[in-house]
Ligand binder design. Sequence first.
Ligand code: IMP
Ligand code: MG
Length: 189
Amino acid sequence: QGNAIQRSNVQVQVVINSRSQRADADIDKVLLSTEQLNEILDYMGRQIGHEYQDKELLVLGVLKGGFMFTTLEVDFFKASSYGTGTSSSGSVKLDESFDLSSIKGKHVLVAEDIIDTGLTMSSLVSLLRRSGAMSVRVAVLLDKRARRKVTFDPDFVGMYMGEEFVVGYGIDFAERYRWLPYIGVPKPE
Ligand code: IMP
Ligand code: MG
């Protein structure tokens, strides 16, 4: 399933992967249901699409956890991403092989699943700025604001949450629960 919004040259597509494991029994409480996630991502997609409507946007998905959320694509990437129909192919994952020269002069939007201490995002954002990005902004699905160790305010926030550990919708615990189609709090054990 999925839903797509067209906003000039920006297309936002949210894909709920159906490979969810039957891990529901390990979940104590649902933080965001699939329906709520769809609404949030729909809203964020509109907001982001509006903000960047006249700009060429490069979306950077942070490895692994961020990939479910990294479904924003620009025209430039469409060809490759439509072929497979998966959510991640239109995004660039920042890993050792990532060529930082490709972001020079670009409007970069970093897509992240959760911001916790803020350390990851603040260092990534400064790296991208140092590498010559024209603008760098951060979209995050969940913000654990109370846990910050460094000051960092994302530009687009799906929801502010408490300090609990969550899984699902791309967010894993030791590689598990990533495929849950909702976000939940796992049982302590
Ligand atoms: P920080 O903001 O540098 O502390 O780290 C944020 C990263 O920690 C995110 O990208 C997640 O990968 C991970 N993380 C933070 N909170 C959770 C959680 O509740 N579940 C799973 N991963 C989390
Ligand atoms: Mg992450």
